[in-house]
Design a protein. Structure first.
Length: 256
C-alpha cells in the first residue's frame, strides 16, 4: 500500500512500528501536504466572505496552485519510501566476489543518489508552498488567520525535515561533485524559505494581536466586559450545576 493511501491512524501506527520505513521522509512529505492544504482551506473560506468579492480570481488561482503542490507532496511522500526500499534491497545484494561487489556497489550508490534527490525535490516543493502562503498573509479571511500561521509553521517544519533527509545521505555518496551540488542547492532553498516562513508566522501573530486590540477598544467590544455583566465561576461546577446557577441568576435579575 502506498503511504498516501493509508488512513491517518494506519500511518501513525506504521511509523511507530519499529521498521525504518515509513519514516522521517514520509512524515516530512505529510507535513508539507497538510501545510499547503491549510492554505487551500483558508482561501476556500475567503471566497464567499463579504469584502473579498474582487479577490475571487486571485483566490481561485491560489487554490489551484495549492492543489498542484498538494499532489506533488503526495507523490514525493510515496517516492521517499519507495527509494528507501530500493536502497535496502541493494544493500542486501550478494558480495561473494569482485563482480558481485561491483554490482552491489553500483546499485547502492544509485540508491543513495535517489535517496538524496527525493528529499531535495521535497524542499523545492516546500519552498513554493511557503511562498504561496506568504502571499496570502493579510489578504484572506481574518477569522482563519491562525490557520495560515499554522500552515507557515508546518511548511517550515517540512522544509527543515526534508533538509535533514538530504544531509543524512550526502556522506554516503561517492560522487562528491553531485553531493556538493545537492548541498549547495539545499542551503540556497533553506536560506530563502525559512525566513519567509518565519516572517509569515510573525505577521500572523501581529495581525491577531491587532485584531484583539481593536476588538477590546471598540465601544461595544466582544472582548470587553460589559458594565452590567455577571461573573460566574464554574471551576468547581459540572455542566448541570453550571446550568442551574445560570438559570438562578437569570431568575434573580428578571424578578427585580
Amino acid at each position: 500500500m502506498k503511504i498516501a493511501d493509508m488512513k491517518v491512524t494506519e500511518l501513525i501506527n506504521e511509523v511507530g512500528s519499529g521498521t525504518p520505513a515509513p519514516g522521517g521522509g514520509a512524515v516530512a512529505g505529510l507535513a508539507g501536504g497538510v501545510g499547503v492544504a491549510l492554505t487551500m482551506m483558508v482561501n476556500g473560506l475567503t471566497l464567499d466572505k463579504k469584502g473579498f468579492e474582487n479577490d475571487r480570481e486571485r483566490l481561485l488561482d491560489a487554490i489551484a496552485k495549492g492543489n498542484e503542490l498538494k499532489e506533488r507532496f503526495i507523490d514525493v511522500m510515496n517516492r521517499d519510501s519507495e527509494v528507501f526500499d530500493v536502497l535496502i534491497e541493494s544493500l542486501a545484494l550478494p558480495k561473494d566476489d569482485d563482480a558481485h561487489k561491483a554490482i552491489r556497489r553500483g546499485a547502492v550508490q544509485a540508491s543513495f543518489r535517489s535517496c538524496t534527490q527525493v528529499p531535495l525535490t521535497m524542499m523545492e516543493i516546500c519552498a513554493e508552498a511557503i511562498d504561496l502562503c506568504a502571499e496570502l498573509v493579510g489578504t484572506t479571511n481574518p477569522n482563519v488567520v491562525s490557520d495560515l500561521g499554522i500552515a507557515a509553521l508546518t511548511l517550515k517544519t517540512a522544509m527543515q525535515s526534508a533538509w535533514l533527509n538530504v544531509l543524512i545521505n550526502l556522506s554516503s555518496l561517492k560522487d562528491k561533485a553531485f553531493a556538493d551540488e545537492c548541498c549547495k542547492k539545499g542551503e540556497e532553498l533553506l536560506a530563502h524559505a525559512i525566513p519567509v516562513a518565519q516572517e509569515s508566522y510573525e505577521k500572523v501573530l501581529e495581525e491577531m494581536r491587532q485584531r484583539d486590540y481593536n476588538d477590546s477598544h471598540r465601544a461595544a467590544a466582544p472582548l470587553k466586559q460589559a458594565e452590567d455583566a455577571v461573573l460566574l465561576d464554574t471551576t468547581e461546577l459540572d455542566f448541570q450545576q453550571s446550568e442551574e446557577a445560570i438559570l438562578r441568576i437569570i431568575r434573580e435579575r428578571t424578578s427585580r
